[in-house]
Design a protein around this ligand. Structure first.
Ligand code: NAI
Ligand code: HPV
Length: 616
């Protein structure tokens, strides 16, 4: 006879140990609460998902205080660490306490961050691993009011379950216009001539420029900014080629741009304009070797990131005249200190002004404020950088399955016998949908959450589910089985199987000796439909008692009677059997947690062969 009363957590994917203590734990209660819609945010239908998937952070020590801030009237706190447009600030203030603290030192940022639910930055704030560590689990969203997220440690954010969102569209035109401004200013020596005339000189022959018309411009990185620069350069009469290993050729063709290889781009261009992100692959991609491939006298514009250029190599190339001129808006270190590059007579420089137009700053401020508020309220942002993007319509369709997935994971893990580690979980989705139309990433994340949370201190969300599963050595495989009985719903059933483990409730083992629980959504609610090889049908609410007994009359009444006498309310009950008068499984959902004596009494009913109590 098996009885579970309290949960002892561990970190090694060992199932929970159960001991008979008088009082059942309520440690699962917040998890149930997290699945409810917050009454404060009625307009956000998907906040249940959000609260579960997005807001919770890994290893958060203060689940209850998080919940307080979500479910009570207290507002979240958003730290804005760099200047943000008023429109965005106004929007943030309607929802949160907004702390605008600019020019914080790394230490000051770390000391403030544990009091903040979200942080909004531009390019000047380094959001390092230390920041996530210092947040002690409270920081749920980092909003980058702009495009480049190279100043945010994405790996650390993911490990800590913190969502990172950016504002990828509102400054595109500003950056492109700045690129064109630098291109023209460089070609016609505008900055140098301006400084000269202000110094009282009149140097007309010194500042003879070069024409742009008919020249070849190579755009490196044909994304949003790169293609807008291309469009404008075409208007200046330039011949434009682009290099971007990931850009679709038809988009380039549509604006009359030829996509070429890296070498062809750099070796044929008179002007090279950089528009790729700074990543490990693009770091210092413009170096001595690449400069050597360029046409002598080439001119370079960088409105992307300083780090894509080896600045020392550029200085050498300028000194030899291999590169005639450079126009730089971005630098490896910002602001640059004692930079020979900035002081070079053939360099014009601006202090990272690409996105700095009034219009762009208002735009990114509103764009990021909407994304951060949405994320805090539970929406999965379309601009999430470190979480799978799930379109809103998919999200709302999958909402009841998300709850089902988490509960099945939670049930399955509690059925594992103590002492056995879990290594391999298989999820089978039965659906009439084409597999390509079924996005199961969210469901897999929730099953992972359901499995791992009861047996470790980690708090899992959509951001970190895969990472934590991998870290714990848990392999989750998925199978989609075509089912003809589909009634238009995206999924007929979800089955969670845990293999190579013992079960504390033997009847939960399938013919293949795997723990197997299966569920479906009925009337919009998660239901348990099968345990091992027994069919059952109970709504997954409250707590669950599973009993295996000899199939005989009076069992429902006997068990129901014991629960009733002890003031435990039964919400659902279902009996499944394989053969008449042989073995049957009784699944009983109860609102309250029965005390030890009540469970003892059930265990002592002679016909009951095994039973288990499970928190949902
Ligand atoms: N100076 C400033 O104030 C601003 C700078 N930026 C910088 O410009 C970059 C581009 O911005 P968007 O066009 O909005 O981003 P985007 O994501 O639309 O475009 C980036 C393009 O670079 C391409 N790419 C990636 N790796 C590449 C490689 N190795 N070689 C060539 N192309 C590669 C991508 O496929 C993508 O098409 C941002 O990452 C940011 O660093 C953006 C806005 C303002
Ligand atoms: O959006 C970007 O990537 C930018 O580089 C703009 O940076 P900023 O927000 O002006 O510090």
């Amino acid at each position: 006879m098996i009885m579970s009363c309290s949960r002892l957590t561990n970190n090694n994917l060992q199932p929970p140990s159960y001991t008979c203590t008088p009082k059942f734990t309520t440690s699962f209660l917040p998890i149930r609460l997290r699945l409810r819609l917050s009454p404060q945010f009625p307009c956000y239908k998907n906040s249940a998902l959000a609260i579960t998937n997005v807001l919770k952070t890994a290893d958060s020590p203060n689940i209850s205080s998080d919940l307080e801030s979500i479910f009570s009237n207290s507002k979240p706190t958003i730290l804005v660490s760099e200047k943000l447009g008023e429109g965005g600030l106004d929007l943030l203030r309607t929802f949160a306490n907004v702390d605008c603290s600019y020019n914080l030192s790394p230490e000051e940022l770390c000391s403030k961050i544990s009091m903040c639910d979200a942080l909004i930055v531009r390019s000047g704030t380094k959001v390092t691993r230390q920041v996530f560590e210092a947040s002690k689990g409270r920081l749920k969203v980092v909003g980058r009011a702009g495009v480049g997220i190279d100043n945010v440690d994405l790996q650390a954010a993911t490990e800590f379950g913190c969502l990172v969102v950016n504002a990828p569209t509102a400054n595109t035109i500003a950056a492109a216009e700045h690129g064109i401004a630098l291109l023209s200013a460089m070609a016609r020596n505008v900055s140098q001539a301006d400084a000269s005339i202000k110094a009282g000189k009149w140097e007309r022959s010194k500042y003879v420029g070069v024409s742009m018309v008919g020249k070849t411009l190579a755009i490196m990185g044909f994304g949003k900014v790169g293609s807008e620069v291309a469009r404008r350069a075409k208007g200046l009469g330039m011949h434009v080629v682009a290099h971007d290993p990931y850009a679709p050729a038809d988009r380039a063709r549509a604006i009359g741009v030829e996509l070429v290889s890296f070498d062809e781009a750099v070796s044929t261009a008179d002007f090279i304009s950089l528009h790729m992100p700074l990543t490990p692959t693009t770091s210092k991609v413009f170096n001595d070797v690449t400069f050597a491939k360029m046409k002598k006298g080439v001119r370079i514009i960088n409105v992307a990131r300083g780090g894509v250029i080896d600045e020392d190599a550029l200085l050498r190339a300028l000194d030899t005249g291999l590169v005639a001129q450079a126009a730089l808006d971005v630098f490896c270190e910002e602001p640059p200190k004692d930079s020979k590059l900035v002081l070079h007579e053939n360099v014009i420089a601006t202090p990272h002004l690409g996105a700095s137009t009034k219009e762009a700053q208002e735009g990114v401020a509103v764009e990021i404020a909407e994304a951060v508020v949405g994320a805090l309220q539970g929406e999965l942002s379309a601009t999430a950088v470190n979480a799978p993007m799930v379109p809103a319509e998919v999200l709302s369709e999958l909402a009841p399955y998300v709850a089902l997935a988490e509960k099945l994971g939670r049930l399955a893990v509690q059925l594992v016998g103590g002492g056995t580690g879990i290594k391999s979980v298989k999820v089978v989705y039965r659906s009439g949908r084409d597999p390509n139309d079924l996005d199961t990433r969210l469901l897999r994340a929730m099953i992972t959450k359901g499995i791992i949370e009861p047996i470790s201190d980690s708090i899992i969300n959509l951001v970190n589910a895969d990472f934590i599963a991998k870290q714990k050595g848990l392999r989750i495989s998925e199978e989609r089985v075509f089912s003809t009985s589909s009634s238009g719903s995206p999924i007929d059933s979800i089955q969670v199987q845990i293999s190579n483990v013992k079960s504390k409730f033997e009847s939960a083992l399938s013919e293949n000796e795997e723990i197997s629980v299966e569920g479906r959504v009925k009337y919009g609610k998660p239901h348990l439909s099968r345990v091992g090889s027994f069919d059952v049908d109970v709504s997954l609410e409250g707590n669950l008692i599973l009993c295996r007994q000899v199939d005989q009359p009076g069992m429902i009444g006997t068990v129901g009677g014991i629960l009733g006498e002890n003031n435990v309310n039964v919400s659902f009950m279902s009996v499944g059997r394989n053969f008449r008068r042989k073995k049957a499984i009784m699944a009983i959902c109860v609102d309250e947690e029965p005390d030890k004596d009540t469970l003892d009494k059930i265990g002592h009913i002679p016909a009951i062969e095994e039973f288990v109590f499970l928190n949902l």
